[in-house]
Write a protein that binds this ligand. Structure first.
Ligand code: PFF
Length: 457
């Protein structure tokens, strides 16, 4: 078996982990959730969820990963003899594999939109924006087509493959060190452009002036679910990355940085999207279609007087989405790859290839389930919807529950203490609150999310 390599620098480690968290969840899902739940009030509740649930869970995954220093399936085996708890890591691997299957499909759409934005000259784009229904037809044709989305799935899976195959330091870390700063530059440029749209004042007011009259129990559950997905919690992804952390990495500090970057990107995505949406009179709760149906023409209309600017903004926006998606897909890809390479003593190249091929197969099935295979149903849902539902509403939440319970109650307390304090380098009393939250608050909240996810609440 090849020698295990860790992240070489702290900066690379933080950027790679933040790259896992920043993805479709921030740019696609967050604005939709905020739009559906009253804007600023949702953001405040979301940030509270990140602090009280997100940070302890990130730290819990980090603790397991770094203490065991191996892939997520092996990690629990190294830390406990109890055969039930040993399965927690395996569940994470299955969840990751399934999430990847549909994540790669949506990633493929971002590639298609990026290429479309790039290839459409500004004058034609301006003309298209005036045709009502153009983008919904485009989206429906794209997603139900048998060939194009599958080609995009293959292209995306291969991009991720070529990063993963080069290993943790030369692949994931180097890639994140280039892509994440680029992502930030794009975000800042797009935010600045957004301030000059006609709907800037209205959009920013919606985003930053809280109206708590709209807040319900459902808002809280949406915020919790969003925090889970956006922070990549519950499937061993953070645990796998933490297994490459060095011994002097401050786990709590890293968790705060990752959660901070992730939340900042989500809010910046809101700053880009809402002013544009208000500029053309679309309702902010336009739903999941916001990014793929409403936005393509929104940019054209918002910057109508400057077609080249509209062109540049659209191209940059879809490139941003593509980058964010790729860094998340890479982290998902790493989980089963590390598992195959270490548990089955495979070469990294072989393990990566097996995962890539399996992702292409699942992704293709998911993609076709929106077109030619629409009649194939699992539990009454298309394959795409079924994977999305089972992984996001059930497996991620069950995984998160097991992780919090394991770290809070079952893990050897000395190991937990050593990891939290970096072997006594930080005073224990400044870290103890994490354990209190992991023992009492987080399991209770996860139970609520689970009940809501399966439709009981
Ligand atoms: N956090 C990613 C996003 O916001 O798009 C999605 C994700 C990546 C979820 C990795 C889970 C995971 F393990």
């Amino acid at each position: 078996m090849e020698k295990r390599k860790d992240f070489a620098s702290k900066m690379g480690m933080v950027l790679a982990t933040a790259g896992s968290a920043v993805g479709l969840g921030n740019i696609w899902r967050f604005p939709v959730e905020a739009g559906n739940n009253g804007g600023a009030a949702f953001i405040i509740i979301y940030l509270l969820c990140v602090l009280t649930l997100g940070i302890p869970l990130i730290v819990a995954e980090f603790v397991v990963g770094r203490a065991a220093h191996t892939n997520t399936a092996q990690a629990y085996k190294r830390l406990t003899r109890n055969t039930f708890w040993q399965q927690t890591g395996r569940l994470g691997i299955i969840t990751g594999w399934l999430i990847m299957g549909y994540y790669v499909v949506v990633s493929g759409w971002t590639l298609a939109y990026f290429l479309k934005a790039l290839a459409t000259p500004p004058t034609i784009a301006a003309h298209i924006a005036k045709q009502p229904g153009y983008w919904s037809d485009f989206f429906n044709e794209l997603t139900s087509d048998a060939l194009l989305p599958v080609l995009c799935v293959i292209a995306f899976a291969l991009m991720s493959h070529f990063i993963i195959v080069r290993g943790v330091e030369k692949g994931i870390e180097r890639f994140s060190k280039v892509m994440m700063p680029m992502l930030f530059i794009l975000l800042i440029v797009l935010c600045i452009c957004s301030f000059f749209t006609p709907g800037a004042k209205e959009g920013l007011t919606f985003l930053f002036r809280p109206d708590f009259s709209q807040v319900t129990f459902g808002t809280l559950l949406s915020a919790l679910g969003q925090a889970f997905f956006s922070l990549s919690i519950g499937m061993g992804c953070l645990c796998t990355y933490a297994s490459y952390f060095s011994r002097d990495t401050d786990l709590l500090g890293t968790a705060l940085k990752v959660a901070g970057i992730d939340s900042l990107v989500a809010i910046m995505a809101g700053i880009i999207i809402f002013p544009a949406v208000f500029s053309v009179g679309i309702r902010p709760d336009a739903g999941a279609s916001l990014v793929f149906i409403a936005l393509p023409s929104v940019f054209q209309e918002a910057f109508g007087a400057f077609p080249w600017l509209a062109y540049a903004v659209s191209v940059m926006f879809y490139f941003l989405l593509l980058l964010a998606t790729l860094t998340s897909l890479v982290s998902l890809h790493e989980v089963p790859t590390a598992f195959l390479a270490e548990d089955f003593r495979m070469k990294r190249r072989t393990a990566t290839t097996i995962v890539t091929l399996s992702v292409i197969v699942i992704g293709t099935l998911c993609s076709l389930s929106m077109g030619p295979l629409a009649d194939w149903k699992l539990f009454g849902k298309s394959i795409f919807d079924c994977l999305d539902w089972v992984s996001a509403n059930v497996l991620l939440v069950v995984g998160g529950g097991l992780i919090t319970f394991f770290v809070g109650w079952k893990m050897e307390s000395k190991t937990l203490r050593d990891e939290l304090t970096n072997y006594g380098n930080y005073p224990y009393h400044t870290r103890k609150w994490i354990i209190v939250l992991l023992r009492w608050f987080v399991p209770f909240v996860i139970f609520l999310i689970f009940l809501s996810g399966i439709g009981v609440l």
